[in-house]
Design a protein around this ligand. Structure first.
Ligand code: SAM
Length: 399
Protein backbone atom coordinates (compact mmCIF):
# COMPACT_ATOMS: atom_id res chain seq x y z
CA UNK A 1 0.00 0.00 0.00
CA UNK A 2 1.29 3.48 -0.83
CA UNK A 3 2.65 5.93 1.74
CA UNK A 4 -0.01 8.44 0.65
CA UNK A 5 -2.81 6.00 1.62
CA UNK A 6 -1.20 5.50 5.02
CA UNK A 7 -0.82 9.25 5.54
CA UNK A 8 -4.39 9.89 4.46
CA UNK A 9 -5.64 7.28 6.95
CA UNK A 10 -3.57 8.76 9.79
CA UNK A 11 -5.04 12.19 8.97
CA UNK A 12 -8.55 10.73 9.10
CA UNK A 13 -7.75 9.05 12.42
CA UNK A 14 -6.38 12.30 13.85
CA UNK A 15 -9.49 14.16 12.73
CA UNK A 16 -11.89 11.47 14.03
CA UNK A 17 -10.10 11.28 17.39
CA UNK A 18 -10.26 15.02 17.92
CA UNK A 19 -13.87 15.65 17.01
CA UNK A 20 -15.77 12.49 17.98
CA UNK A 21 -16.33 10.44 21.07
CA UNK A 22 -13.53 7.89 21.08
CA UNK A 23 -15.04 5.52 23.62
CA UNK A 24 -18.58 4.87 22.37
CA UNK A 25 -21.11 5.23 19.58
CA UNK A 26 -20.47 6.02 15.94
CA UNK A 27 -17.20 7.91 16.62
CA UNK A 28 -15.72 4.92 18.42
CA UNK A 29 -16.79 2.61 15.66
CA UNK A 30 -15.35 4.85 12.95
CA UNK A 31 -12.00 5.04 14.74
CA UNK A 32 -11.81 1.27 15.08
CA UNK A 33 -12.62 0.83 11.40
CA UNK A 34 -9.98 3.38 10.38
CA UNK A 35 -7.41 1.76 12.69
CA UNK A 36 -8.13 -1.63 11.05
CA UNK A 37 -7.77 -0.06 7.61
CA UNK A 38 -4.48 1.53 8.67
CA UNK A 39 -3.11 -1.75 9.97
CA UNK A 40 -4.11 -3.50 6.75
CA UNK A 41 -2.58 -0.70 4.69
CA UNK A 42 0.75 -1.08 6.52
CA UNK A 43 0.79 -4.88 6.57
CA UNK A 44 2.03 -6.63 3.46
CA UNK A 45 -0.42 -9.23 2.10
CA UNK A 46 1.92 -11.96 3.40
CA UNK A 47 1.87 -10.45 6.89
CA UNK A 48 -1.93 -10.38 6.79
CA UNK A 49 -2.09 -14.07 5.87
CA UNK A 50 0.42 -15.02 8.57
CA UNK A 51 -1.50 -13.03 11.19
CA UNK A 52 -4.66 -14.97 10.33
CA UNK A 53 -2.88 -18.33 10.30
CA UNK A 54 -1.53 -17.82 13.81
CA UNK A 55 -4.80 -16.80 15.50
CA UNK A 56 -5.72 -20.29 16.80
CA UNK A 57 -2.58 -20.73 18.98
CA UNK A 58 -3.24 -17.30 20.51
CA UNK A 59 -6.73 -18.40 21.56
CA UNK A 60 -5.42 -21.70 22.97
CA UNK A 61 -2.76 -19.85 24.99
CA UNK A 62 -5.38 -17.40 26.28
CA UNK A 63 -7.70 -20.23 27.31
CA UNK A 64 -4.81 -21.85 29.22
CA UNK A 65 -3.83 -18.62 30.97
CA UNK A 66 -7.44 -18.21 32.13
CA UNK A 67 -7.41 -21.81 33.40
CA UNK A 68 -4.27 -21.10 35.41
CA UNK A 69 -5.88 -18.01 36.98
CA UNK A 70 -2.94 -15.83 35.92
CA UNK A 71 -4.93 -12.65 35.23
CA UNK A 72 -6.45 -12.41 38.76
CA UNK A 73 -3.01 -13.23 40.16
CA UNK A 74 -1.41 -10.36 38.25
CA UNK A 75 -4.13 -7.96 39.33
CA UNK A 76 -4.02 -8.94 43.01
CA UNK A 77 -0.26 -9.30 43.46
CA UNK A 78 1.47 -7.61 40.55
CA UNK A 79 0.02 -4.10 40.42
CA UNK A 80 3.02 -2.38 42.00
CA UNK A 81 6.16 -4.23 40.92
CA UNK A 82 4.79 -6.84 38.54
CA UNK A 83 5.24 -10.60 38.87
CA UNK A 84 8.06 -12.73 37.47
CA UNK A 85 7.50 -15.96 35.60
CA UNK A 86 8.97 -17.70 38.67
CA UNK A 87 6.37 -16.01 40.94
CA UNK A 88 3.58 -17.08 38.61
CA UNK A 89 4.95 -20.62 38.35
CA UNK A 90 5.10 -20.91 42.14
CA UNK A 91 1.50 -19.72 42.54
CA UNK A 92 0.01 -21.79 39.72
CA UNK A 93 2.10 -24.97 39.83
CA UNK A 94 2.88 -24.69 36.11
CA UNK A 95 6.44 -24.93 34.75
CA UNK A 96 8.26 -21.60 34.73
CA UNK A 97 9.33 -22.15 31.12
CA UNK A 98 5.70 -22.79 30.09
CA UNK A 99 4.64 -19.59 31.84
CA UNK A 100 7.28 -17.65 29.88
CA UNK A 101 5.91 -19.01 26.60
CA UNK A 102 2.26 -18.35 27.46
CA UNK A 103 2.95 -14.87 28.82
CA UNK A 104 4.87 -13.95 25.68
CA UNK A 105 1.59 -14.39 23.81
CA UNK A 106 -0.42 -12.47 26.43
CA UNK A 107 2.01 -9.54 26.25
CA UNK A 108 1.91 -9.58 22.44
CA UNK A 109 -1.90 -9.42 22.67
CA UNK A 110 -1.55 -6.47 25.11
CA UNK A 111 -3.41 -8.42 27.78
CA UNK A 112 -0.59 -7.54 30.21
CA UNK A 113 2.61 -5.50 30.02
CA UNK A 114 6.00 -7.20 29.77
CA UNK A 115 8.02 -4.71 31.87
CA UNK A 116 11.31 -6.65 32.06
CA UNK A 117 12.49 -10.02 30.78
CA UNK A 118 10.10 -12.62 32.30
CA UNK A 119 8.29 -9.99 34.36
CA UNK A 120 4.70 -8.85 33.82
CA UNK A 121 2.44 -6.11 35.14
CA UNK A 122 -1.34 -5.90 34.72
CA UNK A 123 -2.88 -3.21 32.51
CA UNK A 124 -6.52 -2.20 31.97
CA UNK A 125 -7.10 -5.13 29.65
CA UNK A 126 -5.75 -7.53 32.30
CA UNK A 127 -8.42 -6.17 34.64
CA UNK A 128 -11.16 -6.85 32.08
CA UNK A 129 -9.83 -10.40 31.78
CA UNK A 130 -10.61 -10.87 35.49
CA UNK A 131 -14.23 -9.77 35.02
CA UNK A 132 -17.00 -12.15 33.92
CA UNK A 133 -16.70 -11.14 30.27
CA UNK A 134 -13.10 -12.43 30.19
CA UNK A 135 -12.93 -14.85 33.09
CA UNK A 136 -16.15 -16.66 32.12
CA UNK A 137 -16.59 -15.65 28.47
CA UNK A 138 -13.22 -16.99 27.26
CA UNK A 139 -13.55 -20.56 28.60
CA UNK A 140 -17.29 -20.74 27.86
CA UNK A 141 -17.07 -19.70 24.22
CA UNK A 142 -13.80 -21.56 23.60
CA UNK A 143 -15.08 -24.88 24.95
CA UNK A 144 -18.54 -24.47 23.44
CA UNK A 145 -17.35 -23.60 19.94
CA UNK A 146 -13.83 -24.85 19.24
CA UNK A 147 -14.54 -28.61 18.91
CA UNK A 148 -17.10 -27.78 16.21
CA UNK A 149 -15.21 -24.96 14.51
CA UNK A 150 -12.11 -27.11 14.16
CA UNK A 151 -14.19 -29.66 12.23
CA UNK A 152 -16.32 -27.20 10.25
CA UNK A 153 -14.42 -27.57 6.95
CA UNK A 154 -14.81 -31.36 7.24
CA UNK A 155 -18.53 -30.95 7.99
CA UNK A 156 -18.98 -28.89 4.82
CA UNK A 157 -17.00 -31.37 2.70
CA UNK A 158 -19.24 -34.18 3.95
CA UNK A 159 -22.44 -32.17 3.48
CA UNK A 160 -21.75 -30.92 -0.06
CA UNK A 161 -21.37 -27.36 1.15
CA UNK A 162 -25.05 -27.00 1.94
CA UNK A 163 -26.10 -24.20 4.28
CA UNK A 164 -27.01 -25.65 7.72
CA UNK A 165 -30.77 -25.12 8.14
CA UNK A 166 -31.74 -27.34 11.04
CA UNK A 167 -30.91 -27.18 14.74
CA UNK A 168 -31.12 -30.95 15.13
CA UNK A 169 -28.60 -31.55 12.33
CA UNK A 170 -26.33 -28.57 13.03
CA UNK A 171 -22.54 -28.81 12.60
CA UNK A 172 -22.25 -29.00 16.41
CA UNK A 173 -24.67 -31.92 16.49
CA UNK A 174 -22.55 -33.65 13.83
CA UNK A 175 -19.21 -32.83 15.51
CA UNK A 176 -19.99 -33.37 19.21
CA UNK A 177 -23.38 -35.09 19.26
CA UNK A 178 -25.36 -32.18 20.72
CA UNK A 179 -26.35 -28.66 19.71
CA UNK A 180 -25.75 -25.61 21.89
CA UNK A 181 -28.49 -25.70 24.52
CA UNK A 182 -28.42 -29.47 25.14
CA UNK A 183 -24.63 -29.31 25.53
CA UNK A 184 -24.92 -26.44 28.01
CA UNK A 185 -27.64 -28.24 29.96
CA UNK A 186 -25.33 -31.28 30.32
CA UNK A 187 -22.25 -29.24 31.21
CA UNK A 188 -23.30 -27.42 34.36
CA UNK A 189 -20.06 -25.50 34.84
CA UNK A 190 -20.27 -24.18 31.30
CA UNK A 191 -23.95 -23.32 31.71
CA UNK A 192 -22.97 -21.20 34.73
CA UNK A 193 -20.15 -19.59 32.72
CA UNK A 194 -22.58 -18.98 29.84
CA UNK A 195 -25.15 -17.31 32.12
CA UNK A 196 -22.46 -15.10 33.62
CA UNK A 197 -21.07 -14.21 30.19
CA UNK A 198 -24.58 -13.39 28.89
CA UNK A 199 -25.14 -10.89 31.67
CA UNK A 200 -21.71 -9.29 31.38
CA UNK A 201 -20.96 -9.09 27.69
CA UNK A 202 -22.64 -5.75 27.10
CA UNK A 203 -21.37 -4.07 30.28
CA UNK A 204 -20.72 -0.39 29.61
CA UNK A 205 -22.60 -0.45 26.30
CA UNK A 206 -25.97 1.26 25.80
CA UNK A 207 -28.92 -0.89 26.82
CA UNK A 208 -31.88 -1.24 24.46
CA UNK A 209 -33.98 1.44 26.19
CA UNK A 210 -31.13 3.96 25.85
CA UNK A 211 -31.45 3.59 22.10
CA UNK A 212 -35.12 2.75 21.52
CA UNK A 213 -37.62 5.53 22.36
CA UNK A 214 -39.37 3.84 25.27
CA UNK A 215 -42.29 6.28 25.11
CA UNK A 216 -43.42 4.22 22.12
CA UNK A 217 -44.37 1.62 24.75
CA UNK A 218 -45.12 3.75 27.80
CA UNK A 219 -47.45 6.17 25.98
CA UNK A 220 -50.89 4.59 25.91
CA UNK A 221 -49.90 1.76 28.24
CA UNK A 222 -52.69 0.02 30.14
CA UNK A 223 -52.90 0.96 33.85
CA UNK A 224 -54.81 -2.17 34.78
CA UNK A 225 -53.03 -3.69 37.83
CA UNK A 226 -52.75 -7.07 36.06
CA UNK A 227 -51.44 -5.58 32.80
CA UNK A 228 -48.07 -6.93 31.70
CA UNK A 229 -45.65 -4.33 30.35
CA UNK A 230 -42.70 -6.46 29.27
CA UNK A 231 -42.05 -10.17 28.81
CA UNK A 232 -38.33 -10.94 28.38
CA UNK A 233 -38.52 -14.19 26.41
CA UNK A 234 -35.34 -16.26 26.76
CA UNK A 235 -34.09 -13.59 29.16
CA UNK A 236 -31.60 -15.95 30.86
CA UNK A 237 -30.98 -14.70 34.43
CA UNK A 238 -33.02 -11.51 33.97
CA UNK A 239 -30.10 -9.10 33.64
CA UNK A 240 -31.95 -6.87 31.16
CA UNK A 241 -35.14 -6.70 33.22
CA UNK A 242 -32.97 -6.02 36.28
CA UNK A 243 -31.53 -2.97 34.54
CA UNK A 244 -35.03 -1.88 33.52
CA UNK A 245 -36.24 -2.09 37.14
CA UNK A 246 -33.33 -0.01 38.41
CA UNK A 247 -33.95 2.66 35.74
CA UNK A 248 -37.76 2.91 35.67
CA UNK A 249 -39.72 3.48 38.82
CA UNK A 250 -42.64 3.13 39.16
CA UNK A 251 -42.79 0.23 36.75
CA UNK A 252 -45.20 0.80 33.84
CA UNK A 253 -46.73 -2.66 34.46
CA UNK A 254 -45.75 -6.22 35.33
CA UNK A 255 -42.35 -7.49 34.19
CA UNK A 256 -42.02 -11.20 33.41
CA UNK A 257 -38.82 -13.14 32.83
CA UNK A 258 -39.18 -16.33 30.79
CA UNK A 259 -36.52 -18.93 30.04
CA UNK A 260 -36.17 -22.70 30.26
CA UNK A 261 -37.24 -23.90 33.74
CA UNK A 262 -33.67 -24.92 34.73
CA UNK A 263 -32.38 -21.46 33.87
CA UNK A 264 -34.94 -19.39 35.78
CA UNK A 265 -35.60 -21.71 38.73
CA UNK A 266 -33.03 -19.97 40.94
CA UNK A 267 -33.61 -16.39 39.75
CA UNK A 268 -34.99 -14.10 42.44
CA UNK A 269 -35.04 -10.45 41.41
CA UNK A 270 -37.08 -7.72 43.01
CA UNK A 271 -39.92 -6.48 40.84
CA UNK A 272 -39.62 -9.33 38.31
CA UNK A 273 -41.85 -12.39 38.01
CA UNK A 274 -40.13 -15.51 36.68
CA UNK A 275 -41.73 -18.19 34.56
CA UNK A 276 -40.21 -21.41 33.23
CA UNK A 277 -41.34 -21.55 29.62
CA UNK A 278 -40.17 -22.90 26.27
CA UNK A 279 -40.81 -20.55 23.38
CA UNK A 280 -41.74 -23.59 21.28
CA UNK A 281 -44.98 -23.74 23.29
CA UNK A 282 -47.91 -21.33 23.04
CA UNK A 283 -47.08 -18.07 24.84
CA UNK A 284 -49.10 -18.15 28.12
CA UNK A 285 -48.81 -14.39 28.80
CA UNK A 286 -51.49 -12.74 26.70
CA UNK A 287 -51.75 -9.12 25.52
CA UNK A 288 -48.49 -7.84 27.03
CA UNK A 289 -47.39 -4.41 25.89
CA UNK A 290 -44.14 -5.89 24.57
CA UNK A 291 -42.53 -9.28 24.05
CA UNK A 292 -38.78 -8.71 24.17
CA UNK A 293 -36.26 -11.06 22.53
CA UNK A 294 -32.58 -10.26 22.86
CA UNK A 295 -30.04 -12.50 21.12
CA UNK A 296 -32.69 -15.19 20.62
CA UNK A 297 -33.47 -15.33 16.90
CA UNK A 298 -29.81 -15.43 15.87
CA UNK A 299 -29.62 -18.84 17.58
CA UNK A 300 -32.14 -20.37 15.19
CA UNK A 301 -32.82 -20.91 11.50
CA UNK A 302 -35.84 -19.28 9.86
CA UNK A 303 -38.35 -22.12 10.22
CA UNK A 304 -37.71 -22.33 13.97
CA UNK A 305 -37.88 -18.54 14.37
CA UNK A 306 -41.24 -18.69 12.56
CA UNK A 307 -42.55 -21.08 15.24
CA UNK A 308 -41.36 -18.81 18.05
CA UNK A 309 -42.84 -15.75 16.35
CA UNK A 310 -46.17 -17.46 15.70
CA UNK A 311 -46.42 -18.55 19.35
CA UNK A 312 -45.84 -14.93 20.28
CA UNK A 313 -48.11 -13.37 17.66
CA UNK A 314 -51.01 -15.54 18.79
CA UNK A 315 -50.72 -14.11 22.31
CA UNK A 316 -50.55 -10.48 21.14
CA UNK A 317 -53.31 -7.93 21.13
CA UNK A 318 -52.83 -6.90 17.47
CA UNK A 319 -53.48 -3.22 18.15
CA UNK A 320 -51.65 -2.94 21.48
CA UNK A 321 -48.79 -5.46 21.73
CA UNK A 322 -45.40 -5.19 20.06
CA UNK A 323 -42.43 -7.45 19.56
CA UNK A 324 -39.04 -5.94 20.41
CA UNK A 325 -36.06 -7.78 18.92
CA UNK A 326 -32.48 -6.96 19.87
CA UNK A 327 -30.09 -8.60 17.43
CA UNK A 328 -27.61 -7.56 14.77
CA UNK A 329 -28.96 -6.17 11.52
CA UNK A 330 -26.10 -6.82 9.13
CA UNK A 331 -25.34 -4.16 6.55
CA UNK A 332 -25.59 -5.28 2.92
CA UNK A 333 -21.93 -4.40 2.31
CA UNK A 334 -18.84 -4.40 4.50
CA UNK A 335 -20.28 -6.16 7.55
CA UNK A 336 -17.96 -5.91 10.56
CA UNK A 337 -15.57 -8.70 11.55
CA UNK A 338 -17.30 -9.55 14.82
CA UNK A 339 -20.80 -9.84 13.31
CA UNK A 340 -19.52 -11.87 10.34
CA UNK A 341 -17.64 -14.24 12.64
CA UNK A 342 -20.63 -14.50 14.99
CA UNK A 343 -22.77 -15.54 12.03
CA UNK A 344 -20.42 -18.51 11.39
CA UNK A 345 -20.44 -19.33 15.12
CA UNK A 346 -24.26 -19.28 15.33
CA UNK A 347 -24.46 -21.40 12.18
CA UNK A 348 -22.14 -23.97 13.78
CA UNK A 349 -23.85 -24.19 17.17
CA UNK A 350 -27.42 -24.68 16.01
CA UNK A 351 -27.86 -23.57 12.38
CA UNK A 352 -28.47 -20.01 13.65
CA UNK A 353 -28.15 -16.88 11.51
CA UNK A 354 -27.14 -13.23 11.85
CA UNK A 355 -29.60 -11.45 9.52
CA UNK A 356 -29.59 -8.43 7.22
CA UNK A 357 -32.52 -5.99 7.12
CA UNK A 358 -33.94 -7.84 4.09
CA UNK A 359 -33.73 -11.18 5.92
CA UNK A 360 -35.45 -9.72 8.99
CA UNK A 361 -38.25 -8.23 6.85
CA UNK A 362 -38.76 -11.53 5.04
CA UNK A 363 -38.74 -13.55 8.25
CA UNK A 364 -41.23 -11.30 10.02
CA UNK A 365 -43.56 -10.89 7.05
CA UNK A 366 -43.60 -14.67 6.56
CA UNK A 367 -45.59 -14.90 9.82
CA UNK A 368 -47.82 -11.86 9.27
CA UNK A 369 -45.65 -9.32 11.11
CA UNK A 370 -44.15 -6.10 9.85
CA UNK A 371 -41.28 -3.91 10.99
CA UNK A 372 -42.35 -0.57 12.48
CA UNK A 373 -38.81 0.74 12.91
CA UNK A 374 -35.18 -0.15 13.54
CA UNK A 375 -32.98 1.78 16.00
CA UNK A 376 -29.21 1.52 16.38
CA UNK A 377 -26.54 3.34 18.40
CA UNK A 378 -23.56 2.31 16.27
CA UNK A 379 -22.83 -0.09 13.42
CA UNK A 380 -20.93 -2.42 15.76
CA UNK A 381 -23.90 -2.90 18.10
CA UNK A 382 -27.09 -4.87 17.91
CA UNK A 383 -30.14 -3.01 16.58
CA UNK A 384 -33.58 -2.80 18.13
CA UNK A 385 -36.40 -3.87 15.83
CA UNK A 386 -40.02 -3.12 16.66
CA UNK A 387 -42.50 -5.45 14.94
CA UNK A 388 -46.30 -5.61 14.99
CA UNK A 389 -48.96 -7.71 13.30
CA UNK A 390 -49.38 -6.48 9.75
CA UNK A 391 -52.95 -5.21 9.32
CA UNK A 392 -54.99 -7.55 7.18
CA UNK A 393 -52.37 -10.27 7.32
CA UNK A 394 -53.81 -13.11 9.40
CA UNK A 395 -51.33 -15.05 11.50
CA UNK A 396 -51.57 -18.61 10.19
CA UNK A 397 -50.37 -21.86 11.60
CA UNK A 398 -47.24 -23.10 9.84
CA UNK A 399 -47.51 -26.46 8.14
C1 SAM B 1 -28.01 -16.30 23.55
S1 SAM B 1 -28.88 -16.49 25.06
C2 SAM B 1 -29.60 -14.88 25.22
C3 SAM B 1 -29.98 -14.57 26.64
C4 SAM B 1 -30.48 -13.14 26.87
N1 SAM B 1 -31.68 -12.84 26.11
C5 SAM B 1 -29.36 -12.18 26.55
O1 SAM B 1 -29.40 -11.52 25.53
O2 SAM B 1 -28.42 -12.09 27.34
C6 SAM B 1 -30.26 -17.47 24.57
C7 SAM B 1 -31.21 -17.81 25.69
O3 SAM B 1 -32.30 -18.58 25.14
C8 SAM B 1 -32.66 -19.53 26.12
N2 SAM B 1 -33.41 -20.62 25.48
C9 SAM B 1 -32.93 -21.63 24.71
N3 SAM B 1 -33.92 -22.43 24.30
C10 SAM B 1 -35.07 -21.93 24.84
C11 SAM B 1 -36.43 -22.30 24.78
N4 SAM B 1 -36.82 -23.37 24.08
N5 SAM B 1 -37.35 -21.54 25.43
C12 SAM B 1 -36.96 -20.44 26.13
N6 SAM B 1 -35.67 -20.02 26.23
C13 SAM B 1 -34.74 -20.77 25.59
C14 SAM B 1 -31.34 -19.96 26.69
O4 SAM B 1 -31.48 -20.61 27.96
C15 SAM B 1 -30.60 -18.62 26.80
O5 SAM B 1 -30.82 -18.00 28.04
Amino acid sequence: MSASTILSLTDQIREAASCESVSSGHGHDRLLRLADELKLAIETPTETVLRLIYQPPENAALRTVVDLGIFPLLVSKGQKDGLTATDIALCTGADRSLIVRLMRVMSALSLCTNIEPEKYRPNEKTITMTQPIGQDGVPCIYDLTLPTLSKLPEYFREHNYSNPEDYTTSPMQWAVGQSQFEWLAKNKRHQALFNSYMSSRREGKPIWFDVYPLERLTDGVSFHPEAVFLVDVGGNQGHDLGKFVSEYSPKPGRLILQDLPKIVSTVDRTGIETMGYSFFDPQPVKNARAYYFRAIFHDWSDHICQKILLNTAEAMDPTYSRIIIVDFVLPDTNAGRMQSALDIQMMSLGAGVERSQRQWSELLSSVGLRINGIWNSSPGMESIIEAVPALGAPVNELD
